[in-house]
Design a protein around this ligand. Sequence first.
Ligand SMILES: [Zn+2]
Length: 447
Amino acid sequence: MPRATVTFLGGVQEIGGNKLLVEDGPDRVLFDFGPSFSPEFEEYYVEYLKPRSTNPVKDLLEFGLVPRIPGLYSREALGDADLAYTPPEIHGVFVSHAHMDHAGYLRYLDPEIPVHVGHGTKTLLDAIAASTTMKYGDHRWTIFEDGHPIRIGGIEVVPYPVDHSIPFAYGFLVRTSAGTLAYTGDFRHHGPRAADTHRFFEAVAREEVDALAIEGTRAGPDPRHNFTEEGVREGVDRVLAGHRDLALACTYPRDVDRLTTLYRAAQAADRELVVSARTAHLLAQVAARFPTGAVPVPGSSPGLAVYDRRKKRSSVWERPYLEGALTAEEVRDHGRKYLLALDFAHFAELIDLRPARGSPFVHSMSEPFSEEDVSDHVLHNWLDHFGLVFHQMHASGHASGPELLELVRSTGARQVFPIHTEHPEAFGPIGASVRSPERARPYPIAP
Ligand SMILES: [Zn+2]
């Protein structure tokens, strides 16, 4: 029986939902814990049909949507599930980054299990929990430092920053008594912090790892046009140069790089970037973790304004940002002064904003995965109704297929486990070291 194993409890032939269990003798450490974006999940829970808050884990276990592991979940989350509560048998959980599919189920964990995150990730999780209905639960939070090893029994974990579409993302080296595993988390190789990704892969190569668990979101067919972050900037510059009316854009809510790109483009075009109170709150919270001036800060960066969305009530956290915020009337009457970042969920504001027909709308997010995407259909209905001109400009958070193969080869890893992908077979050109993992099967870390 090999002493050190890795078991993939999620992220297997699916995008998102990574759950890597590393076991070395009595020591057990888990990496990431969130829901996948898989169709399987949506076969049972969709839109308003959600696991019940009285026993969410029971409702997820029913369909095999979370792993059936004793000593992992809190008593409250299990409720009267047929998996009885037992004291913790997992000795630590590491979170690679603050995206939903990696952190979204933390709230179900036994609060006695230490949760290890980077400083910035903790800041992001706190900002999200304070300004949305998303909660991550009470834990024994432990903050790690870049490059500093953390020891959990016989397992040593070294976190390395990598570049992704949310700041403060990490890959890990995991040293056990019988071999070393590298786990990439989610990463890209073409963003503003590409040098971080590069350094991580250099460390993986130096370590001569026995196993590499690598994300492959963009492995396989990838017909969508992808920009670099500078490419997005050039595209937005062109759009703003060609218009004298209100310009609109939508981004992922925690994509701080993209918000910064939009801010700089707006500055260059003599416009103000107008963001939601939630985005302002996020920027205000994370700014201190960036070098001065690297990200726009509400209240101190010139040309950054907040949009006062029509609501019956405001929450306590958003009130400071709503002082002096711009109303729909102001933005409508002086459209050419503004680039408005408007989330899809807030499109009803368009009814008051009434942008001039032909005004540009920059969709700075992924194109939909499927042609039957309902939200995408609705989005285009709104744009057509108001006569807005659609521009697609996005830099992915993930490395391309050819980059993935090149990076895997650069590591010389003895075993390669493609995860967080619907196309593990696209790693085939790497050769015999590739093992498309089966869910819930323990693999020896040293082959
Ligand atoms: Zn992910």
